[in-house]
Design a protein around this ligand. Structure first.
Ligand code: UDP
Length: 311
């Protein structure tokens, strides 16, 4: 099959490209390199059936493809807030362009949505039938409202034009190939611990997140793309829930770091609690995450150690 992966040089996209190439698909990786990196796909460049195109999905592109994984969008709050209008455009113009491509080629399209569609949730854990609690005018709305429009567009192209769609809501994901300067909590804490810098905890660190290792997440994406008779949305995430403070302590312990914990102002609209209910993923896809936080962090630490030394 010919598979298009937008955002294919990004953290999750590059792991997905790798698995698809190993499964002998022809893979076209699109990336504008805003947050993705050519380094992430170096290992694939000499593989037959793999090609990379520098392209921003806010502009249309015409290709012949059978499946589209639409992952292109900065996902770290630090990066999606650099140019918020562009973030919205990626989710409205970009998603529309990909849906038009899917419509013309009759390709199945999977949209990477997010747990951010639940906003600061009043229901815990979050199930797919919860409609969310999102601030429509806040600093995160370029991303969370953007992704909500993207889901609406997907559903409307499905209902109005019969486009074959899949929607996954991705919860916090971590692992090798996160950018050192990504700004998200796992990469920040690891880099700070290795470099002996202060560990920056926003707020009191009592807020929670649930962290999914990247190999589990990518297995879920592929399962969802290939399931029949179910278009989602489906949550993909690891239900293990940790306070940010406990994550910091875990990273300190695993790195034997002497970094100090420092407390910084909590960014506005930062969700208080987040944990996926993944019973739908289990029922429809037979998917459950396999890598626990200790094992996943150990792999991630190894990657960061090398990446920091080579940087
Ligand atoms: N966070 C933190 N220190 C950091 C980076 C993030 O305490 O250096 C917190 C952040 O305020 C949030 C949580 O960690 O409560 C997860 O943040 P991240 O940016 O990784 O993802 P989010 O789930 O907020 O999109």
């Amino acid at each position: 099959m010919r598979v298009l992966v937008t955002g294919g040089a990004g953290f999750i996209g590059s792991h997905l490209c790798e698995l698809l190439v190993h499964a002998n698909h022809e893979v076209i990786c699109l990336d504008n390199y805003f947050t993705g990196s050519k380094k992430n796909v170096y290992v694939l460049l000499n593989r037959p059936g793999f090609e990379v195109i520098r392209h921003d999905i806010i502009n249309p592109i015409d290709l012949e493809v059978d499946q589209i994984y639409n992952l292109a969008c900065p996902a770290s709050p630090v990066f999606y807030q650099i140019n918020p209008v562009r973030t919205i455009h990626a989710n409205v113009l970009g998603v529309t362009n990909m849906l038009e491509l899917a419509k013309r080629t009759k390709a199945r399209i999977l949209q990477a949505s997010t747990s951010e569609v639940y906003g600061d949730p009043t229901v815990h854990p979050q199930r797919e039938d919860y409609w969310g609690n999102v601030n429509p005018i806040g600093v995160r709305s370029c991303y969370d409202e953007g992704k909500r429009v993207a889901e609406a567009l997907m559903m409307d192209y499905h209902r109005q034009f019969g486009v074959d769609i899949r929607i996954v809501r991705i919860f916090n994901t971590y692992g090798p190939r996160m950018a050192l300067n990504d700004g998200r909590v796992v990469s920040n804490f690891i880099v700070q611990a290795f470099q002996g810098e202060d560990i920056t905890i926003y707020g009191k660190g009592e807020q929670t997140r649930s962290f999914c290792y990247v190999s589990d997440l990518v297995a879920g994406l592929i399962a969802m793309m290939n399931v029949t008779e179910f278009c989602g949305p489906v949550n993909l995430g690891n239900p293990g829930e940790f306070t940010i403070l406990s994550l910091a302590e875990k990273v300190l312990k695993m790195t034997n770091s002497s970094s100090k914990l420092v407390f910084r102002e909590l960014p506005s609209d930062d969700p208080v609690r987040r944990k996926p209910d993944i019973s739908l993923a289990l029922e429809k896809l037979g998917w459950v995450p396999k890598v626990d936080i200790d094992k996943g962090l150990a792999h991630t630490l190894e990657y960061f150690k090398t990446a920091i030394n080579g940087a």
